[in-house]
Every structure is written in C-alpha cells, then in structure tokens.
Design a binder for this molecule. Sequence first.
Ligand code: UT7
Length: 334
Amino acid sequence: MKERPSVSKRNAIVRSIGMSVAARILTNADLEKLVETNDEWITSRTGIKERRISEPDQGASYFATRAAKEALDRAAVSPEKVEAIIVATVTGDQVFPATSCLVQEALGANNAAAFDVGAACAGFIYATEIAASMIRAGSINNAVIVGVDVLTKLVDWTDRSTCILFGDGGGAIYMEAGEEDRGLIATVIKSDGSGARHIHMKVGGSLSPASKIAESGLRPYLFMAGQEVYRFAVKAMTDSCCSVLAKAGMTADEIDLFVPHQANLRIITAASQRLGLPPEKIYVNVQKYGNMSAGSIPVALYEAEQEGRLKRGDVVMTVGFGAGLVWGANIIRW
Ligand code: UT7
C-alpha cells in the first residue's frame, strides 16, 4: 500500500479549477423591456451590467458537471480517481437525490462519495473547508468541490427588486493531499438562523411541498429583504475576513488577492475599504454575471487565474455570505 504523507505535512492543495456559466446574456437594456427599471439604477445600486440565464433544460448539474470536468482535465486526473464530489448549491436539479450524485454519474467518477452542501452564497467556502478537513484528516486523498447555482429559475420576473440581481453558473476546483507548503490555510464559517426570514425559498420544501402551493398561498419565488441583507453583508464580510486573518496569523497586507462573493459592487467596495484593501487587490466580475450565489467565488477565482492576477503561491482570501443567514471566509495559498 502506498504510504500517506504524515498528517502534519498533509496539506489540502488546489491543483486546478474549471468553470461553466449559462451562454445566454441578459443585459440591463433587456431588463428595461421586462420591468420598470433602467441601466443607471441597476449599475449605480449593484454594479451589474449583464447576467447569464440558463435554458429550461439546464439545471445546476449541467454547469457543475462541465466545471468539474474542466478542473479534472486540467489536473490530468481521471474521474475514477476522484474520492469525493461535494456540490455547494441551493438550486439542485431536484429536491433529491443530491446534485453531486448526478454529477458523479455524468463524470463517470465511479469511486467517489457524493453529497451537497446547502450554504447558499457561502456554500463554496463551506464545501472547501469540509473537503480540506477530510483530506487533512486522511479520510480522503482528493475531492472535486463545486459551487453552482441557477437562481434565475426561482426568480419572479415581474419583481424588479430581485430579478435584476441573479445569474446562472458555477465553478469547480480539484483539491488533493500534498506536502507542498500551500493549499487551504484557514477558514471561518458562521451562521445565524434568526435571519432566515431575510432570504428564503419556501415552496418545494417539506413544509410547503410543490403539490400544496395552492393551499399554502405562498408565492413560488425566492424572497429577499434587500436592505437587511445589505447591512448584514458588509458586517459579515468584514468580521469574517478579520477573523480568518487572525486565525491564519496574517495581516491584510499579506493578501495578494481578495475574491469576495459577487453580489453587489457597493457591498464589495464598502467591505474592502473597512479592511483597508487597495482596489488593485480586489477581484470583481459582478458586472458580467450578477450574483451566481455559490457559483460566484469559484468563477471569480477561475477568471482571476486566467487573467494572471492569481498565480501559484499567491495568497488569496475569499469571503461569502447569504441565505441562512450564513457567512465565512477562506485563506488559500494558491
Ligand atoms: O447573495 C445573497 C445576498 N444578497 C445581497 O447581497 C443583496 C443585498 N442587497 C442589495 O444589494 C440591495 O439592497 C439591492 C440592490 C437589492 C437594492 O438596493 P437598495 O439601495 O437597498 O434599494 P431599495 O430596496 O432601498 O430600493 C430603493 C428604491 C425603491 O423605491 P422607493 O421606495 O424609494 O420609491 C425601490 O422600489 O428603488 C426602487 N427599486 C428599483 N428601481 C429601479 C427597487 N428595484 C429597482 C429596480 N429599478 N430594479
């Protein structure tokens, strides 16, 4: 049997990354034809210029599978070698089985465990921590970690306060045990269920199954109290970044790139200023994709790498927040 590296040297290393977003682009000008809104309002309040909309036959597993396949191809790892597939999503193809099982089948990853993580826009942060902990503990040697969401499927296209915000897609990393001095350095993950009322999707759950929509009187769309979430978001981002820096024994100066959840440019700017991070260290692509929930951080990591802003050995800090309420941050040496 091949000997495993000792626990102290068993780091959880990101070997490769993939992404997949919906092809169809919906611009702010297109939205002006659907609801009473305008490009100036959307741009100044959110920073979003356009977003990607999935087709009726494309669920979360469609994008998850493509992103995972790209990550595995780039790492030159065959699907049979994968030991765990963890999909962070709140918009799985079905109530059950887990979307990760659909991805596992589509990839031909016949030796992998598969489960989903439901931590909304912080899902990728949570899933990365879970995979890294399992790798460091020696229970698995590698994992594919996907963050993906298709929230445009749950949006009320007559509600201008939410339909402008979201887009569809996600990304995946292939993570592996290794002895190099890089990988996931530290994580902070938190929750506050008293804020569950601020963002939710009630229909389709066990209290309000789809068959009972008429009796429940519920609207079959996602709900978000924008202002409450906004206030929470800036504080959650700042607090979790300070905590994860302290946990890693690092200062903000040591961060090469900050990759926050891409929900709203104003939130990103406010949090970055509080953290004292200069604009050149902050990665933003919300203008192209809107809020892809669990998909936004891995897609941003992917594009940062493609653009040469995230290189091997760089220290990247990611932070996310969302429905739960949940939030958290990771520091990774790439
Ligand atoms: O990933 C999950 C986490 N979610 C978030 O991060 C979202 C956090 N929240 C936000 O990003 C912001 O609260 C929004 C972008 C959603 C809204 O921005 P806001 O500055 O908080 O606007 P508001 O809800 O206070 O609305 C201000 C005004 C209202 O009109 P009145 O009442 O002042 O006359 C709205 O009716 O803007 C109006 N409004 C719009 N106007 C044009 C709301 N949506 C639109 C729209 N176009 N699309």
